[in-house]
Design a binder for this molecule. Structure first.
Ligand SMILES: [Zn+2]
Length: 318
């Protein structure tokens, strides 16, 4: 029943977005930002494979019409950032989950775009510490932007604020850890990071908290780290990555959560709304079965998202 409702919503939304997209293409204008006090907009609902109309991983948090937090910047999110009418000047944080290419490949392009913006104040950027195989946030930024060794040494102002660029302020989350870490706290916004299990990759999930509710991001994870699930207890929205079916190959099973794990953990954490993203041909091929498995355990609202879709916490019933 709920699957039917979810699919119907998806179809209507898809038709609407196609119509709107055609209109905006003709007009040469951008799509509107998310309405309301607090929302997440999906910039990239896909994974590492170019399989149609999905960018790689990326999400925007909107607060009262302002694009305040960018979670990941995978390939294609640069384009979607513009289509969403997001502003680099409005960002309070870039929150990176991990350093797989489908989560950070567009970061230099967005930093370069900042040169052409009015932003002068520094921009906090959070991410995990490193391992033998993966760089820490600090090492990644140096590999990209340091001068003269960095791949984009001409953007070295991102590290020191020189050359007409705004400075990135790294907030590195040391892993492993047993408790979440506050990576940003402002007058209207708190962002926490928690470790997640993504095979051998140091990785984070995030929780965004405002007076209008909470939105959580799984990042890529196999669902097995309790610190993340404790952090997001009662979240209004969980953006969860559905990258595999119930019977994946052993490597994929270490990296990503089975549909049954998604259902059990979302139910255990009492999240109010589940948004499935990071969709790939291999998880979409068995989508009806995957949704059925999730719904065996999780009884809240489930959405299968697409790029540029917005989600807001639902008002509490009186
Ligand atoms: Zn990954």
């Amino acid at each position: 029943m709920v699957r039917h409702v979810s699919n119907a919503k998806f179809s209507l939304a898809t038709v609407f977005s196609l119509l709107v997209g055609i209109g905006f293409q003709r007009a040469g204008a951008a799509a509107p930002s998310c309405p309301g006090d607090f929302a997440v907009q999906v910039l990239g609902s896909g994974g590492p494979v170019p399989e149609g109309h999905r960018a790689s991983s990326g999400y925007l948090i909107w607060i009262k019409g302002h694009s305040r937090v960018l979670v990941d910047a995978g390939g294609g999110t640069f384009l979607r950032f513009g289509e969403a009418s997001a502003k680099i000047e409005d960002l309070s944080l870039v929150a990176i989950t991990h350093f797989h290419a489908d989560h950070v490949a567009d970061l230099p392009a967005l930093i370069k775009a900042g040169y052409f913006s009015d932003r002068t104040r520094s921009l906090p950027i959070s991410g995990p510490s490193g391992s033998d195989e993966f760089p820490s946030l600090t090492a990644f930024l140096h590999a990209e932007f340091s001068s003269p060794q960095g791949a984009f040494a001409y953007l070295s102002g991102a590290l020191d604020g020189t050359g007409g660029e705004f400075k990135l302020d790294p907030v590195e989350v040391a892993l492993p850890r047993a408790v979440p870490m506050v990576v940003l706290e402002t007058s209207d916004l708190t962002v926490l990071a928690a470790p997640v299990s993504h095979g051998p990759v140091p990785a984070l999930g995030y929780l965004i908290r405002t007076s209008a509710g909470t939105i959580a991001f799984s990042g890529d994870q196999n669902g097995n780290n309790p610190v993340f699930w404790e952090m997001i207890q009662g979240a209004d929205i969980l953006v969860m990555h559905l990258a595999i079916s119930e019977h994946p190959d052993p490597v994929a099973a270490k990296l990503h959560a089975l549909p049954s794990v998604i259902g059990k953990q979302a139910a255990g954490a009492r999240v109010k709304q589940l948004v499935l993203s990071h969709l790939m041909a291999r998880s979409l091929a068995t989508l009806p079965e995957n949704l059925k498995t999730i719904r065996q355990y999780y009884k809240g609202h489930v959405s299968v998202t697409h790029d540029l879709e917005c989600f807001s916490p639902q008002p509490v019933a009186q």
